[in-house]
Design a protein around this ligand. Structure first.
Ligand SMILES: [Zn+2]
Ligand SMILES: [Zn+2]
Length: 183
């Protein structure tokens, strides 16, 4: 995993909000009004818990006793987004959460339409999968290794039986602990 960069939540918020200012529809009207953007700039953004793997962002109600609304929401981001090679994806994740904050609480058709305004959205999805995979790998403690072809699957638990074989080549699998370098 690459080292974290000196890039904080506030910087990310400013970048995303200033990009959103320039999103226009085909007749040249702005998609997000100044009011929308000032609502977003008031919303608190913090981190998800350290062990989040497949969740990269979350919008939740700030006051748990009240329904979620654009004045009662909180965005949480995965801290692993704050690495040099994930910063452009981090912008997209925050943009996604901001669409929720503006009242689109489900991933419906309208939500996806707004989301697709973000440039190279397809590439963003690929980077997202890469990050999930990287986080899974960094959490795994065991590797099932094929003794015949060298195929490796990483696992987080030890559950393993000595009679496991690799489906593709029929080689016998071995369970080997992964030693992660201490940080
Ligand atoms: Zn969402
Ligand atoms: Zn094999």
């Amino acid at each position: 995993m690459s080292k974290s960069v000196n890039f904080d939540i506030n910087k990310l918020r400013n970048i995303v909000i200033s990009k959103m200012k320039f999103f226009i529809d085909i007749s040249g009207h702005r998609i997000f009004s100044d009011d929308d953007l000032s609502i977003l700039s008031e919303i608190k953004v913090s981190y998800l818990s350290r062990n989040s793997i497949s969740r990269h962002g979350l919008t939740t109600n700030l006051d748990k006793s009240k329904r979620m609304s654009n004045s009662n929401c909180l965005v949480r981001l995965n801290r692993n987004l704050f690495q040099e090679n994930y910063l452009s994806y981090a912008e997209f994740v925050l943009f996604h959460e901001y669409i929720h904050c503006l009242g689109n609480f489900t991933h419906n058709k309208e939500f996806r339409l707004i989301e697709s305004l973000w440039p190279n959205k397809k590439e963003m999805n690929i980077i997202g999968k890469k990050l999930t995979k990287e986080l899974q790998d960094s959490k795994s403690k065991w590797a099932w290794t094929c003794s015949k072809c060298g195929f490796i699957v990483r696992k987080s638990t030890r559950k393993f039986r000595s009679n496991y074989f690799h489906k593709e080549c029929k080689g016998k699998l071995q369970n080997i602990p992964i030693i992660h370098p201490t940080k």
